[in-house]
Ligand binder design. Structure first.
Ligand code: SAM
Length: 260
């Protein structure tokens, strides 16, 4: 992006580091505790430029990063945290041109990351069983890209029923009962493909891994969690932050091998 245009997402950062996410509309107004800024003053300025509010506050306008957006967008379902999304993209090996089957779409946070990772020649089929979540996710995905990305297809229903016809290279699940998808994955996931699941509790992980193992068609198992401990660096005060996100979910990946 060179300059902000009407309809763009714009992240405003004040001098205390507080972030405000706005969608720019002609004649709109942004208000915060330090006065206001007409959107018309933001439309046309370059990414990273600083403006002054009516009460003299300084705000730097930035195009939002993926993490800025998903942590601030209105949510229907709980999103996958960016720290986990980063690991899912790496360990599920999401590559440009891949066909990925995802469920549930939820709020669309992980879908956005998958769309970016598969690129314009890839395909993401995202399945959601709740229509209200599906509608909400579509709005969030379209708002992030400023359009509906051509490489995503949002489907309604149970993901189990979509594996065989999609014949994905990768399956990425954020559903409470991923073991229900295992038989369909044996049939529909391509050999050499990766099954990836994000789960909040240990018994769920156990049940999934046992189910995958019983098929004798999966190998290269890995289950892990991601902890990010941020540090505060200010002069000679260099120390870990007082607070951190303690637990989100466990990521399990396994690779499908060909049958005999
Ligand atoms: C935690 S949310 C997913 C959030 C999403 N990963 C994100 O980052 O925004 C789980 C979603 O899975 C959906 N779901 C649960 N079981 C499903 C299934 N078998 N097929 C499709 N969707 C399912 C739920 O309705 C819910 O919206």
């Amino acid at each position: 992006m060179t300059a902000f245009a009407e309809g763009d997402l714009c992240l405003l950062v004040d001098n205390k580091g507080r972030h405000y996410l706005v969608t720019l509309v002609a004649d709109g107004n942004f208000h915060y505790h330090h006065g206001g800024v007409p959107h018309n003053e933001l439309i046309g300025i370059e990414d990273g430029a600083t403006v002054e509010s009516s009460a003299g506050g300084k705000l730097t306008a930035m195009s939002p990063k993926y993490s800025d957006y998903v942590l601030r967008m209105p949510r229907g379902a709980q999103v996958v945290y960016p720290k986990d999304t980063a690991q899912i993209l790496m360990w599920a090996d999401i590559y440009p041109g891949a066909t990925v089957l995802e469920a549930g779409t939820g709020s669309g946070a992980l879908s956005i990351a998958l769309v970016r990772a598969v690129g314009e020649h890839g395909r993401v089929v995202s399945v959601e069983q709740r229509d209200d979540h599906g509608r909400h996710a579509k709005k969030r995905i379209d708002a992030f890209f400023g359009r509906t990305p051509s490489q995503i297809e949002l489907r309604s229903g149970d993901v189990v029923d979509h594996v065989v016809d999609v014949a994905p290279d990768r399956i990425v699940l954020d559903v409470p009962e991923p073991w229900r998808v295992v038989d369909a994955a044996v049939e529909g996931l391509r050999n050499g493909g990766i099954f990836c699941s994000y789960l909040p509790t240990v018994p769920q992980v156990q049940q999934l891994v046992e189910t995958l193992e019983l098929t004798r068609r999966f190998m290269d198992f890995m289950t892990f969690e991601t902890l990010i401990r941020e540090w505060s660096v200010s002069g000679r005060s260099v120390r870990p932050d007082h607070r951190m996100v303690g637990h989100t979910g466990f990521i399990t990946v396994a690779r499908k091998r060909a049958g005999r």
